[in-house]
Design a protein around this ligand. Structure first.
Ligand code: HEM
Length: 470
């Protein structure tokens, strides 16, 4: 009673068929939810299989939802448990277990530079590696055509992995390129609400291929192996009392006599997996959207390059200290996040107790998903030309712009990696624009601005011509 309104529920399927039909018609899940919200309002009540799912559409609904602590859980079920041998990690756990782990991770990541000055130095070093790697590929020609939607993956992971595991990988590391490409494939085949076997768990036994179960497991296994190797290496080389990174600190906690019960080796593996997925995918996809729009908007590149030349010059790498003096580059970062998150849903929450939202009843156990499309592109968007890539919108003196800018969420479950993500975006974009121009390669089509659906939205794969600036 008083559950949010939505499409009719059919026996067994619930509203799955209606949602699938809308998705076919409107191209993406975000566009389908936008369509449903026109009919049903800011909360759309769905039932997919046995699962109740509410989509929150619009700033007021999303803010009220994210600030309601009764809605701070994460979904349960085999889809969420199989990836980490039970409910483990930080991304998809809740209650006291999650609080203890999140606090520990945040405190110790800071020891290894997270959010501090040496984070800037570490990102600057990686940006230099990236610039030099591109220059090597250019050779004497001074230009090269590259697959731009995926080329940031290893560089982004390196900035994260330095703090987590004290390791960096070569941009040509074949194993890591493979792991990122299979993860990319998985993320295109599922979405933030899950996949067929998460809504209909029994299908994993009868139709493992069709329900997405096989792909899910085939993707996770090599990533577990990769992380396990890293943990084993740390166990072999770690000197007690001299932690080098988060894995070492965590191992010390596991070995301490008075450790709380939540600290186990499986939990450490789950945390690394969460970071591998939540940390590298999101930032890499954001770069994909950013350079796509920079290629299509040479005047934005030119404006940023003039700013960088006058503040930083050409002889040193931009740093996070330059942020206040590079407002146009910072505005590109925000415009990038807006375009990426407009087509990406927030991580699903779960009602820990019966509660109410926007005057509706939300029963315990309901999954609830924020639809950022509404605030960045859709009906509640405060910008009149939302699909245009126009960084200037963030430089206009309008405070409501920042009130409506919540790509990392709000409240207690707010993104744990915001400072690293923003730092990466700022330094990499500034460094690349300082050195290169980006354009459509001869004989190639203009990149398409439509997003592809998945756990996180991706740009349609595209190539760019990168040439040395004169
Ligand atoms: C463009 C980059 C990124 C965006 C837009 C982004 C956005 C988000 C959003 C919307 C959430 C969900 C908040 C909620 O559930 O209410 C989230 C959670 C999370 N993010 Fe990010 N994120 C980004 C990068 C990163 C990075 C680089 C890391 C790792 C260093 C990271 C780690 C996490 C983790 C661990 C959570 C779960 C937090 C929790 O449940 O307590 N994210 N992120």
């Amino acid at each position: 009673k008083n559950y949010p309104p939505g499409p009719k529920w059919f026996p067994m399927l619930g509203s799955a068929y209606t949602v699938a039909k809308l998705r076919k018609k409107y191209g993406t899940l975000a566009n389908s939810v936008a369509h449903m919200s026109r009919k049903y309002g800011p909360l759309i009540g769905l039932k997919i299989g046995q699962e109740k799912i509410v989509m929150a559409y619009g700033m007021q609904a999303i803010k009220e939802f994210l600030m309601n602590e009764n809605l701070n859980g994460r979904p349960t079920g085999p889809f969420y448990e199989l990836r980490t041998f039970g409910r483990k990690g930080v991304l998809l756990t809740d209650e006291a277990f999650w609080t203890e782990q999140r606090k520990f991770i945040l405190r110790h990541l800071r020891e290894f530079g997270f959010g501090k000055r040496n984070m800037s130095e570490m990102i600057e070093q990686e940006a230099e590696v990236m610039v030099n790697h591109i220059k090597e590929q250019m050779g004497k020609k001074g230009e090269v055509v590259l697959q731009m939607d995926t080329m940031f993956g290893i560089h982004v992971l390196n900035t994260l992995w330095t703090m987590l595991a004290g390791t960096k990988y070569s941009p040509d590391d074949e194993n890591l390129i493979h792991l990122q490409s299979i993860l990319n494939k998985l993320f295109k085949n599922i979405d933030m609400m899950g996949t067929l076997f998460s809504h209909f768990p029994i299908l994993r036994y009868f139709a493992p291929e069709m329900s997405g179960y096989n792909l899910y497991m085939q993707t996770h296994k090599p990533i577990w192996t990769f992380i396990n190797k890293e943990i084993e290496e740390h166990k072999r080389t770690h000197i007690p009392g001299e932690p080098r990174d988060l894995i070492d600190v965590y191992l010390e906690m596991i070995n301490s006599p008075d450790k709380p019960g939540t600290f186990t080796e499986e939990q450490l593996l789950a945390i690394c997996l969460d970071f591998f997925m939540a940390g590298s995918e999101t930032t890499t996809k954001s770069f994909g959207f950013c350079f796509l729009h920079l290629i299509l908007n040479p005047e934005v590149q030119k404006k940023a390059q003039e700013e960088i030349d006058s503040v930083v010059g050409r002889n040193r790498t931009p740093s996070l200290n330059d942020r206040p003096n590079l407002p146009y580059v910072e505005a590109i970062v925000m415009e990038t996040l807006r375009h990426f998150m407009a087509m990406t849903f927030g991580v699903p929450h779960r009602a820990l107790r019966d509660t109410s939202l926007c005057g509706y009843y939300i029963p315990k156990g309901t999954m609830i998903v924020p639809t950022f499309h509404s605030v960045f592109f859709g009906a509640e968007c405060i910008w009149d030309d939302p699909k245009t890539f126009r960084p200037e919108r963030f430089l206009e003196n309008d405070t409501s712009v920042l009130d409506n800018f919540i790509p990392f969420g709000i409240g207690k479950r707010r993104c744990l990696g915001e400072s690293l993500a923003r730092g990466n975006l700022f330094i990499f974009i500034a460094s690349l624009l300082q050195n290169f121009n980006f354009s459509v390669p001869e004989g190639h089509p203009k990149p398409c601005t439509d997003a592809q659906d998945g756990v996180t939205a991706s740009p349609v794969p595209y190539k760019g011509l990168i040439s040395l600036r004169s």
